[in-house]
Design a protein around this ligand. Sequence first.
Ligand SMILES: Cc1cc2nc3c(=O)[nH]c(=O)nc-3n(C[C@H](O)[C@H](O)[C@H](O)COP(=O)(O)O)c2cc1C
Length: 382
Amino acid sequence: MIRQRAPETTREAGPAPCPGAEPDNGLVTSLSDPLSLTHGPAWGNRLALAPLTNTQSNPDGTLSEDETAWLEARGRGGFGLVMTAAAYVAPAGQPWPGQLGIASDLHLPGLTRLAERLRATGTVSSVQLHHGGRRADPALTGRPNQCPWDDPAKDAVAMTTGEVEQLVADYVAAAVRAERAGFDGVEVHGAHGYLLGQFLDARNQRTDGYGGSLEHRQRVVVEVLEGIRAATGPEFQVGLRLTPEGNGITLEEGRETARLVLASGLLDYLDMSLWDVFMRPRGGAPGLLIEHFTDLPRGGTRLGVAGKVLSAADARWCLEQGADLVTVGMGAIRHHDFAARVLADDAFVARPVPLTREQLREEAVGPAFIDYLAAGWPDVVA
Ligand SMILES: Cc1cc2nc3c(=O)[nH]c(=O)nc-3n(C[C@H](O)[C@H](O)[C@H](O)COP(=O)(O)O)c2cc1C
């Protein structure tokens, strides 16, 4: 079923429409238009596979054939960008069993094979870089969680300044590893209340320059992006995922962080994790949530949005709002070739859930991923 579009009145109440969007000739970009970025190869179209944790990696964080096949099928299925699930940059950041790792050269052979197989499909590839912080699992990591502040309820101890510097180094080393493996880029996971998001959180009142004012809370994200840029080549694409509001971040602050990184010249794209591209701000701000980001000046940085895009019309609507690209999760679970179907058929709508295990297997969703979906998203698996 095609989602109801927001009434015109809602949009009028929001910020001015999208001066950052391209092209500036009044025409809306088409989903099939290639996406050029500041660095590296252009994407073949405007549809990106969302990072989707699938718990299919081996216990040591190396890639399994099921996880490789899941991603390769999305490359064959027409996505302009295929991104891995959140991959831990340090063992201390692991929240889930079966999570992909990029914390050691042990992880390189599997990642190298994946990068090769993705390239053969014609897609552009990226690894999402992640650290769980206070949301890691001590039972997996064997140590107390790391967090910007002491948080006994989460078994978390405030990081020393040296540990914050090590965190930046771990992100940079992981990005270099992704480049060595042959990926076209990385996306830094700064969203959903994981460690980089915990630094942005207003509860982070550190006094060592990494907490307190918004500028100081943003510092670790900026240092990670600067470090990756300095350590990787001119063709390497760097994206960042952010939460617009929530997880200790007000919409005003979410917008200021987006404004900062869009203007920084450090990023190829900003991926705003809206969870529902059609939603209104939770805190009562006017208009639609998406409008609070599409109206920001973005220079050469591309803007992506994610959340409940399940049809060609939904994806087109995002571009009409001023986004440059659309990130798709659940639609890509329902159809490995969601992107190809959207590009081929303006009226395409993803099939409804639940899907049977058999149907999911046909879409290259492996048994461990199906179990993970059944536990967390019971409406998806019959
Ligand atoms: C099973 C599952 C796993 C996810 N794993 C990640 C992840 O590893 N990293 C991340 O940034 N977001 C993750 N997300 C969020 C998705 O990337 C996406 O933003 C969200 O599902 C909304 O888009 P959708 O409605 O198209 O699925 C996950 C979502 C789901 C359903």
